[in-house]
Design a protein around this ligand. Structure first.
Ligand SMILES: NC(=O)c1ccc[n+]([C@@H]2O[C@H](COP(=O)([O-])OP(=O)(O)OC[C@H]3O[C@@H](n4cnc5c(N)ncnc54)[C@H](OP(=O)(O)O)[C@@H]3O)[C@@H](O)[C@H]2O)c1
Length: 263
């Protein structure tokens, strides 16, 4: 397991190497599915999250399948903001550059209609939004300087409207969506591509035990949609695509009706 302060294994130089990518929030769910898919496409990967065992198992699986070192893990908590610039520098040196950066880290604490708790809201804001800013600022600066690169942010349909269910989760995703749009508008003129991903329900640890998961898809299906969008340099995608239509309707429900709805 590669920790920030230990000597790092160097990925095998692969003739097939498609590019070099960082995935933050890669130990499970959508991030892990993206890691498997990008590794199969030939990417060299740095995989980050807090759970060392899960990251180690994923790297082992990917490297065994590839027959060479294609994924390296870094144990990291995204709320350790000060560690980010140094870690980014160390990872890019190890990978030999960076082509693609994906921020998939996120948490959701279930919240009842009469539940109000600052501590949980702060945690969600820190992981879903502030952690993203901590990473996206130095990554954007690097890509801006290099005039190339791709950034992917996993936001959510939850950020499209202030639904009653989970105000702070919704707000953290709305903030991330808006930030990614601003970043895109800044960086497009430098040749840097920014993709905002808005998943609906995806069957991952985040949604396990939840009921009424309409139009739910697997993490593998979400990863396939995201990879296709990366290759096509799309700006915003919904996965599954049906959520584009659902959210078009939801966005246009007048507030006088919307505030009486219970979703
Ligand atoms: N599942 C859905 O229905 C759905 C819908 C819309 C949007 N999303 C978004 O999709 C993204 C991925 O979620 P998922 O569904 O794949 O859930 P997941 O399986 O729970 O994955 C969440 C990932 O975030 C990482 N993470 C959480 N806190 C972290 C921290 N403090 N530092 C570093 N990494 C952290 C987790 O790793 P560790 O716990 O090992 O740190 C894990 O790798 C999230 O941003 C989520 O909000 C999910």
């Amino acid at each position: 397991m590669a920790q920030a302060k230990e000597p790092l294994p160097v990925p095998s130089p692969s003739l097939q190497s498609t590019g070099k990518a960082i995935i933050v929030g890669a130990s499970s769910g959508i991030g892990a599915a993206l890691a498997r898919r990008l590794a199969a496409e030939g990417y060299s990967l740095a995989l980050l999250a807090r759970r060392a065992d899960r990251l180690a198992a994923l790297c082992e699986e990917i490297n065994a399948k590839a027959g060479e070192i294609r994924a390296i893990s870094y144990v990291h908590d995204v709320t350790d903001y000060e560690a980010v610039p140094g870690l980014l520098q160390k990872i890019t040196a190890t990978l030999g550059g960076l082509d693609l950066f994906i921020y998939s880290a996120g948490i959701l604490f279930p919240s009842g209609m009469s539940h109000f708790e600052f501590e949980k809201d702060r945690r969600m804001t820190e992981v879903n939004y502030l952690g993203a800013l901590a990473w996206l600022n130095p990554v954007a600066a690097m890509f801006h300087r290099l005039k190339t690169g791709q950034i992917v942010g996993i936001s959510s349909v939850a950020g499209e409207r202030g639904r009653v269910g989970n105000p702070a989760y919704n707000a953290s995703k709305a903030a991330l969506t808006c930030y990614l749009e601003s970043l895109r508008n800044r960086l497009t003129r430098r040749g840097v591509h920014v993709l905002t991903v808005k998943p609906g329900y995806v069957l991952t640890e985040m949604t396990s035990g939840m009921k009424n998961l309409y139009f739910a898809i697997s993490a593998e299906r979400a990863a396939a949609d995201i990879c296709k969008a990366i290759h096509r340099r799309k700006q915003v995608i919904y996965t599954a695509p049906i959520w584009w239509l659902v959210m078009f309707v939801v966005r246009n429900i007048p507030s006088i009706i919307f505030r009486r709805l219970s979703f």
